[in-house]
Ligand binder design. Structure first.
Ligand SMILES: Nc1ncnc2c1ncn2[C@@H]1O[C@H](COP(=O)(O)OP(=O)(O)O)[C@@H](O)[C@H]1O
Ligand SMILES: [Mg+2]
Length: 487
């Protein structure tokens, strides 16, 4: 068989869509050097033809040391042994995304991991929904088509579609996925084409975005923009499961966790508000030696804080050019292509260290910059030179020999795993864990769940401060959510 044939066959199978997978070469070496992993074995098998030789699979991060308690085991059993659809919910920090990583690493099923936003997709090394199904912003139910030939083959081989941060997925989008899969999935005509859907998220966190000109759709056609008000949700018969053990905050934070619960459910009292407001600091100034991240409501606020703080530093500004190869959408880059850094800058680390000295989301200070290195200072007084890492843009492809769906690398981005982090929006902070947080609600929250997302990012109450006092009006949820969750 000529390599040309293989080339052509594969290029027909490969479709133009991207997701992101983080990949640190050092981490890979440490964790995988002794024993070949499944990924390596798969790579070895795909060794025919020119195109195949250059084919590279994304290295999937292992979950944290996993505590598989009864509630998680039950969900895992349903996922692995049945084709029932599941909606897995749970408060912020109950380890939903970690559980997803565990499932991905242990399942025998052919799965794809998707999320609505690029940020949420990066968080779980997945692909965005739009890119996986080749949807455009203008895609509607009417515009979805059946794919013919090899183009549609991958969709017929899926066993499970995993969607993280489902609270951000709109009802009309879930119906689009359903229609697409009814047309292109393994069992045409059945909900999601007969494929299992594992939806993960917390509805009491940030909701889907609805533009002004789209609002009518959610009064005339749909009861609400939430995924559970899609037509397919009822028909597909989802089992609702909840994780209850909070990991982000530890046991000593009982009262904080209880207060967060009340704020999440909007069943708070003045005592809860007062408890949070014990962290209010008048005329707050950031402590010089601590890495505190500000959570703010708007992009403008975050950018202006970051740029303002960078400007203030009296040191030379370095601009590190990131390198993009292949296909990697600019808007999905985890940090700036040209990274502007100065000594003294507060930055967020965007990878997990091979030696467990830091994890994605840790905030540190830059203490030295040269043409090709950045030294950062950790909170415990230690420091290290940060090396560049590569992130992979992935697309799921079908291995035509094994019929397994694999995350193939379509492009890569190499840059220091750093991002200016004096401030970040609450929206971008969803899904993240921080040690020290300063919250500025500015002119107030504007989305249901926004206050809860901000307040639940920090591991401890003591690690959090507030510029503006929390007011009852900052904390609200949509009555439709309560109705669904309690129904
Ligand atoms: N099984 C686990 N064992 C130990 N710590 C965990 C576990 N699951 C989650 N965590 C901790 O809790 C934090 C939040 O977990 P995550 O999966 O992001 O929660 P969620 O997606 O439910 O908000 C993680 O960063 C990690 O520190
Ligand atoms: Mg999560």
């Amino acid at each position: 068989m000529s390599s040309l044939f293989v080339d052509v066959t594969l290029s027909i199978l490969y479709y133009k869509c991207y997701g992101i997978a983080y990949n640190s070469n050092t981490m890979y070496k440490k964790k995988y050097s002794r024993k070949p992993t499944k990924t390596k074995v798969k790579l070895a098998k795909i060794g025919v033809g020119k195109r195949r030789e250059s084919r590279k699979l994304a290295k999937i991060e292992k979950p944290l040391e996993f505590d598989l308690n009864a509630e998680k085991q039950e969900v895992l059993d349903i996922l692995e042994n049945t084709d029932r659809n599941i909606f897995l919910t749970g408060k912020a920090g109950t380890g939903k995304s970690e559980f997803l990583k565990h499932f991905r690493c242990t399942t025998q099923k052919n799965i794809v991991v998707l999320a609505f936003t690029g940020v949420a997709a990066v968080n779980v090394q997945g692909q965005t929904i739009h890119s996986f199904f080749k949807f455009h912003p203008q895609t509607t139910l009417e515009s979805i088509k059946k794919l013919w030939g090899d183009k549609g083959e991958i969709y017929k081989k899926i066993h499970t579609i995993v969607i993280d941060e489902i609270s951000m997925v709109r009802s009309d989008l879930l119906d689009c996925i359903d229609k697409f899969m009814r047309m292109n999935g393994p069992t045409p005509g059945l909900p999601f084409g007969g494929v299992q859907v594992f939806a993960i998220g917390d509805l009491y966190q940030l909701p889907p975005i609805v533009m002004n000109d789209e609002k009518e759709l959610f009064t005339s056609v749909y009861k609400s923009p939430y995924f559970f008000d899609s037509n397919v949700y009822k028909e597909a018969g989802f089992i609702k499961k909840e994780l209850t053990k909070v990991y982000r905050q530890d046991k000593a934070q009982n009262e904080f966790v209880r207060t967060l619960d009340n704020l999440r459910m909007c069943s708070f009292t003045n005592t809860d508000i007062d408890f949070i407001n014990t962290r209010y600091v008048q005329n707050y100034t950031k402590p010089a030696n601590e890495s505190v991240i500000s959570l703010v409501t708007t992009n403008e606020m975050a950018n202006s804080i970051n740029m303002g703080e960078l400007d203030k530093l009296p040191f030379k500004q370095y601009s590190y050019p990131g390198v993009v190869t292949g296909d990697y959408k600019e808007k999905d880059l985890p940090t700036s292509k040209a990274l502007e850094i100065k000594e003294g800058a507060q930055v967020m680390l965007l990878n997990n260290d091979a030696q467990d000295r830091w994890v994605n989301g840790d905030i540190v200070k830059v203490i030295k910059t040269t043409e090709d290195s950045v030294r950062v200072l950790f909170d415990d007084g230690s420091f290290d030179d940060i090396k560049t890492v590569s992130w992979d843009a992935i697309r799921y492809v079908l291995n035509d020999e094994t019929k397994k769906i694999e995350p193939e690398v379509t492009g890569s981005f190499t840059q220091f795993p750093l991002k200016l982090a004096w401030a970040v929006t609450i929206h971008k902070g969803q899904g993240k864990t921080f040690d020290k947080v300063h919250i500025d609600f500015g002119r107030g929250t504007f989305a249901p769940g926004q206050a809860y997302v901000a307040l639940s990012r920090c591991r401890t109450l003591e690690g959090m401060t507030l510029t503006t006092k929390l007011q009852p009006r900052h904390v609200f949820t949509d009555p439709r959510i309560k109705e669904f969750m309690e129904g």
